[in-house]
Design a protein around this ligand. Structure first.
Ligand SMILES: Nc1ncnc2c1ncn2[C@@H]1O[C@H](COP(=O)(O)OP(=O)(O)O)[C@@H](O)[C@H]1O
Ligand SMILES: [Mg+2]
Length: 485
């Protein structure tokens, strides 16, 4: 068509040179009486070497829809090569991500994770439960040494293999559980390394997790049944101290007439009055001070009382040099549940309002820190605080205020009544009691502590006659503190 039209042009003008020089003309072309407008295509071909009018340019401008990516790629050689690869790569990565997040989604839909940290009580419960569970697969084990105390007081050591750091499996009620125990480099405030146990199971079996934890808890409770757990402050936390002790029978502590009953009644009354305290907005706590000479049974009585009410004991030594006011406040506000707080020998810590060492600088807990901690003890649960001292006269009156100490009881050296009761408890021999009492009174001791009496009776435990014969041992002053801990 181009050839044709040009030919026609040449032919019409009769000008050879112009035809050879590819003269451009936008004039209408008349071929045999028909007027034709040269198309852009014709013109572009004529101006092939003209940069602003290259056929490709014209093509793009004319036909390619910039919104049609396919066309853009096809029409650009760079895109066609590199872009293709890019697209492929992006496609794959989207696919991979898609598969990844799908797997993630499925995982989250199908699997439940339960994390237990070693700062939580159930951590030990669970490990102990698992170590006693027969249906398990564990290759990494840790040894845990345990003590068993018999009724007669002898201690037997036992070993159990608890799941060590690593992976374990067990089957519980026809469902599989995956357990991983991990130890971290990080250290708790309490000084222990942080550890976690993670249990994984199918979503449909999630309700079994609660039942496992419940079994573990019950198992732990059973182990401590009839026992009193002792906690001691350790770093920032309370830690179980030693092995749980057999409960001390309340009858084994012999106080003067009526004293035991008075305290027991008061504690019982307090434990019943939760709603009374809550209704009046009074912090639900009660403080007791047992004071008197050493070896009179103060500590033993608190231990027996805890056993009577099925409570544990948290012992705090407020005189500890690296105990600060902040730590004291934290500890007092985080007493393990069902636990009596015991502050022993409270006078030793504070002879003055501010505690200072011989070198003159203040260390440890300050007196106001203790008062604040006592006042600040706020808990939904009841808080029973027992304090003991051999020197009540050294206590600051601020400590003796109700709310801090609500009941003060003198636990004194043995009265005649107590001497009789102690004798009967050890020998159960009513006939020999008057003989013993006669010899004892003849000694005219200014005082004798119950601990001293226990010392004599333990020494001659098989024979009341020998105890009677050797009653003069009670004169020995060092026996006064024989059992004083
Ligand atoms: N009133 C008591 N009844 C029975 N045992 C007692 C009594 N007082 C002291 N003891 C015995 O003496 C020892 C020391 O008693 P403890 O309770 O530590 O005295 P305290 O705390 O008053 O100094 C314990 O072994 C305890 O069994
Ligand atoms: Mg004591």
């Amino acid at each position: 068509m181009v050839g044709q039209s040009m030919g026609a042009l040449d032919w019409l003008s009769g000008d050879k040179s112009s035809s050879e020089g590819h003269k451009i003309s936008n004039d209408p072309v008349i071929v045999e009486g028909v007027i034709q407008t040269p198309s852009t295509e014709d013109l572009s071909l004529l101006n092939y070497n003209h940069p602003h009018n290259s056929p490709t340019d014209t093509n793009v401008k004319k036909d390619v829809n910039p919104f049609n990516i396919k066309e853009v790629f096809a029409s650009n050689p760079y895109f066609a090569a590199g872009g293709g690869l890019m697209l492929l790569g992006a496609g794959f990565s989207i696919l991979r991500k898609g598969v990844g997040s799908f797997a993630n989604l499925m995982y989250r839909r199908l699997i439940v994770d339960l994390e237990i940290r070693n700062s939580d009580k159930s951590y030990d419960w669970f490990l102990n439960w698992m170590s006693n569970y027969p249906n398990r697969i564990s290759r990494q084990l840790s040894v845990k040494t345990s003590f068993v105390q018999h009724q007669n007081g002898s201690v037997m050591t036992g070993f159990s293999f608890v799941p060590g750091p690593g992976n374990h499996w067990f089957k519980y009620k026809n469902s599989w559980f995956f357990v991983s125990r991990e130890r971290s480099e990080r250290i708790h405030n309490s000084g222990q390394p942080m550890e976690t146990v993670t249990l994984k199971t199918l979503y449909k079996d999630r309700y079994l997790l609660a039942s496992i934890l419940d079994e573990a808890r019950q198992m732990a409770m059973k182990l401590n049944e009839g026992k009193t757990v002792l906690y001691k402050s350790w770093g920032q936390d309370w830690r179980i101290f030693g092995k749980p002790r057999s409960k001390r029978v309340i009858d084994s502590v012999i106080l003067d007439k009526g004293i035991k009953e008075d305290i027991l009644t008061d504690v019982k009354e307090f434990l019943k009055s939760g709603s009374w305290y809550h209704d009046r907005g009074i912090p639900y706590r009660r403080g007791y001070l047992l004071y008197g000479p050493p070896g009179s049974g103060k500590t033993s009585f608190i231990q027996a009382l805890a056993g009577e009410f099925d409570y544990n004991i948290a012992i705090m030594n407020v005189g500890e040099p690296n105990l600060t006011d902040d730590r004291l406040a934290y500890l007092m506000n985080n007493i393990p549940e069902h636990t009596i707080l015991l502050l022993e020998d409270i006078d030793a810590a504070f002879n003055n309002r501010s505690q200072s060492t011989e070198k003159g600088y203040v260390s440890g807990v300050t007196f106001s820190g203790l008062l604040n901690a006592l006042d600040g003890v706020a808990s939904a649960e009841e808080v029973i605080t027992f304090m003991t001292t051999n020197h009540p006269e050294r206590l600051d009156p601020a400590l003796l205020r109700p709310g801090r100490i609500d009941m003060k009881v003198l636990i004194n050296n043995a009265s005649d009544y107590q001497v009789e009761q102690m004798f009967l408890r050890f020998y159960d021999d009513k006939e020999k009691l008057p003989i013993f009492m006669k010899k004892f009174k003849d000694l005219e001791l200014p005082y004798v502590s119950t601990a001293q009496l226990q010392g004599l009776f333990v020494q001659f435990k098989e024979s009341p006659e020998l105890a009677i014969e050797n009653v003069e041992i009670l004169k020995s002053p060092h026996m006064n503190n024989f059992f004083y801990e």
